[in-house]
Design a protein around this ligand. Structure first.
Ligand code: AMP
Ligand code: FE
Ligand code: FE
Ligand code: ZN
Length: 298
C-alpha cells in the first residue's frame, strides 16, 4: 500500500503565508500530499475556503491553528488541531491576541519608520483582509518599498532590534492557558518546533512533563528548525510520555524557504491524532478514511 503523505503545519494568507487557502490546497495536491493541516496563527478564518478547496482537490484537510504562547522569556508555539471554532473562550482569546498583535505591529512600524520612512498604511497594504498581523507583513512592506530583497532578509536586517533592545511584545497566553483552551475546545495540542533557536532554548524534561500534565498530546520533531542533535532526545522524551511525534514543513508560500511536504507525519500517528480530537471533524476522502481506520487504536 502507498504511504499516506501528510504535512501537518502550513500557513495561508489568513496569517503570514502568501497563498489563499485554495491555492495552498492545490499546491498540496501538486506536491502529492494526501493530507494537509492548515494552521494559521491565532485564527480559523481560512477554514471555510480550505474545506471547499480540499473537497475539490481530493486532499484531506485537518483544520488547525498555531498559538504563540509565552512563559517568562520563552516562547512556545502550540498547534491546536480539530478545535471547535465555536468555543467562546477560544474565540475571545483569538480576538485578544489579534488586537494586541496590531498594536504591537504599529509600534514596530513606527520604530522602523524612523529610519526608513515606512508607514502603517504600507504595512496594512500587505495584510490580506482581516488576516492575523505579524512581523512578516512589516517585512513584506519593506520588500515592497525596495528596502530589502526578500522577507527573510528584512527579518535579519531592518526588523532586527538593535543589540540590548527587546522587541515590543504582544499579548500571548501562557502555555498552560493555551493548552487548557485547546483541550477545552476538543482539540489536540502539539508543541511546534520546540528546538527553534529563536524561542529561548529547548524545553527541559521537567518543562515538557509539566506540559504533558496540562494536556499536551504531541511534539513536532521533524521540522527544519529543530537542530539534528536535539531530535533524538526530544523523541525519547515524547515516547516516554506516549506523545504523538509529528513532522511538518511550516510552509508559508513564498514567505519562507520551507517547501510543502519537506517533512511528513506517518499514517499511524495521523490516525491517532484524528481519534484524539473531537472539536471539528477533518475532511477526508472516503478511501483515505478507510485506510486510516485500519490502524490500531492504541
Ligand atoms: P511575529 O509572530 O509577528 O513575532 O513574527 C514571527 C513569525 O514570523 C514566526 O511565526 C515566523 O513563522 C514568521 N515568518 C514568516 N516568514 C518568515 C521569514 N521569512 N523569516 C522569519 N520569520 C518568518
Ligand atoms: Fe508564521
Ligand atoms: Fe511557529
Ligand atoms: Zn508556523
Amino acid at each position: 500500500m502507498d504511504p499516506i503523505r501528510s504535512d501537518l503545519h502550513t500557513h495561508s494568507a489568513h496569517s503570514d503565508g502568501t497563498e489563499s487557502p485554495g491555492e495552498l490546497l492545490r499546491a498540496a495536491r501538486a506536491a502529492a500530499l494526501d493530507v494537509v493541516a492548515l494552521t494559521d496563527h491565532d485564527t480559523v478564518s481560512g477554514w471555510g475556503e480550505a474545506r471547499a478547496a480540499a473537497l475539490d482537490a481530493g486532499v484531506g484537510l485537518i483544520p488547525g491553528v498555531e498559538f504563540s504562547t509565552r512563559s517568562g522569556h520563552h516562547t512556545y508555539h502550540l498547534l491546536g488541531y480539530l478545535i471547535d471554532p465555536g468555543d467562546s473562550a477560544l474565540a475571545a482569546e483569538f480576538d485578544r491576541i489579534r488586537e494586541s498583535r496590531i498594536a504591537r505591529a504599529q509600534l514596530i512600524t513606527a520604530h522602523v519608520g524612523e529610519t526608513t520612512g515606512l508607514s502603517w498604511d504600507e504595512v496594512r497594504a500587505q495584510v490580506h483582509g482581516d488576516a492575523t498581523v505579524g512581523r512578516p507583513h512589516i517585512a513584506d512592506a519593506l520588500v515592497a518599498r525596495g528596502d530589502a530583497p526578500d522577507r527573510s532578509t528584512a527579518f535579519r536586517t531592518l526588523l532586527r532590534p538593535p543589540s540590548g533592545m527587546r522587541l515590543p511584545e504582544y499579548y500571548a497566553p501562557t502555555p498552560e492557558r493555551a493548552l487548557s483552551l485547546i483541550r477545552g475546545a476538543g482539540g489536540v495540542p502539539v508543541l511546534a518546533h520546540p528546538g527553534s533557536p529563536a524561542r529561548g532554548g529547548l524545553p527541559t524534561a521537567a518543562e515538557l512533563e509539566a506540559f504533558v500534565r496540562l494536556g499536551l498530546l504531541g511534539v513536532e520533531i521533524r521540522h527544519r528548525e529543530n537542530p539534528a542533535g536535539a531530535r533524538a532526545r526530544l523523541a525519547e522524551l515524547a515516547r516516554r510520555h506516549g506523545l504523538l511525534i509529528t513532522g511538518s514543513s511550516d510552509y508559508h508560500g513564498t514567505g519562507k524557504p520551507n517547501w510543502l511536504g519537506e517533512n511528513l507525519t506517518d499514517a499511524a500517528t495521523l490516525a491517532r491524532l484524528l481519534r484524539l480530537g473531537n472539536g471539528t471533524p477533518a475532511i477526508l476522502p472516503e478511501e483515505l478514511r478507510e485506510r486510516l481506520q485500519a490502524y490500531p487504536t492504541a
